[in-house]
Ligand binder design. Structure first.
Ligand SMILES: [Zn+2]
Length: 91
C-alpha cells in the first residue's frame, strides 16, 4: 500500500513539475518574443534613422521642371538623362 501511495506521489510530482517547467518555458518564450520584438523595432529605427539623415543636402530643395521634357529635378542636379534634353545639351 505504501508503494502505491509513493507511486502516486511520484507521478503527481512529475506531473506538477512538468506543468511548472512548461509554464516557465512559456514565460521565457513570451519574454524572448517581447525582447525580440523590442529589438526588431529598435533595429527598425536604427536602420531608418541613417537613411533619413544620409542626404548631405538640405532636406527640402527646389524642384525645377526641365524645359524640354518637363521632368522635375532638383535645381542643384546637373541635368536629366533624357536624350535630346535642352538642359542635357547645355551641360
Ligand atoms: Zn530634360
Amino acid at each position: 500500500m505504501f508503494k502505491f501511495l509513493l507511486l502516486i506521489a511520484v507521478i503527481a510530482g512529475a506531473y506538477y513539475g512538468y506543468r511548472y517547467l512548461n509554464r516557465r518555458e512559456a514565460e521565457k518564450a513570451a519574454e524572448k518574443l517581447r525582447r525580440e520584438s523590442q529589438q526588431a523595432s529598435g533595429q527598425d529605427m536604427a536602420s531608418r534613422a541613417p537613411v533619413a539623415q544620409k542626404p548631405a543636402q538640405p532636406a527640402s530643395e527646389d524642384m525645377v521642371a526641365c524645359p524640354a521634357c518637363g521632368t522635375y529635378r532638383p535645381a542643384s542636379a546637373p541635368a536629366c538623362d533624357t536624350p535630346g534634353c535642352s538642359a542635357n545639351k547645355a551641360a
